[in-house]
Design a protein around this ligand. Structure first.
Ligand code: FE2
Length: 204
């Protein structure tokens, strides 16, 4: 009988595991979500037993206050929670505020896709590619995040992310990270991104 207590839990996926093909197969999502993502949650719960001060605070607070393995695990949970929400079987093209900002800053949606995809292809090692909004400049920015980096620690508002750790693409794409980064654009949940813009940037 386990006496473990659970402070952090794995959020449900927002869509069926077989619904993101051909971007990702059901097998790849199962391995990623039930394997890697859940492992970060289990590790975080074990750290919360070891360090009881983690038990009453949020993951966002943890990434701001801690470094090392506590930061890494909390940040990887936040990154994966966010990544799944950025995806949708009914991907389309951006509209509304996000479309206007992309158009203004990257000249076209196609240019934006090209720049983001190139960052993913060129990223060296494990990490995440981000589209963020910088409240201090009111500009969008594409960022490379190494390892578990999450842009909230620098005051940025994350709008979109792509997991470029090998575990994210190897099951379906082996070493073809380029194809993975290109197929990503078929499954973006632009409605979710527009909601973040409304709630966090333009207010209600
Ligand atoms: Fe991942």
């Amino acid at each position: 009988m386990s006496t473990d207590r659970f402070y952090f839990s794995l959020p449900p996926l927002p869509w069926p595991k077989d619904s993101l093909k051909p971007f990702l197969s059901q097998e790849a999502i199962t391995l990623h979500y039930n394997g890697h993502h859940n492992e970060y949650i289990e590790k975080m719960n074990s750290l919360a037993q070891q360090y009881p001060e983690l038990q009453g605070i949020t993951l966002e607070e943890i990434v701001h206050r801690y470094t090392g393995q506590i930061y890494n695990n909390a940040s990887q949970i936040l990154n994966h929670n966010f990544f799944w929400k950025c995806l949708s079987p009914n991907g389309g093209v951006p509209t509304g505020n996000i479309y206007a900002l992309i158009q203004a800053q990257f000249q076209s949606y196609e240019n934006f896709i090209r720049e983001f995809t190139q960052r993913a292809i060129n990223h060296f090692g494990s990490g995440w590619i981000w589209l963020i909004y910088d409240p201090s400049t009111k500009f969008l920015m594409i960022m490379d995040g190494h390892d578990a980096y999450n842009p909230i620690i620098d005051g940025y508002i994350p709008l979109l992310t792509l997991d470029v750790w090998e575990h994210a693409f190897c099951p379906d794409y082996q070493n073809r990270k380029k194809n993975y980064a290109e197929n990503f654009w078929q499954v973006i949940n632009w409605n979710y991104i527009e909601t973040i813009m409304q709630e966090r940037i333009f207010g209600e």
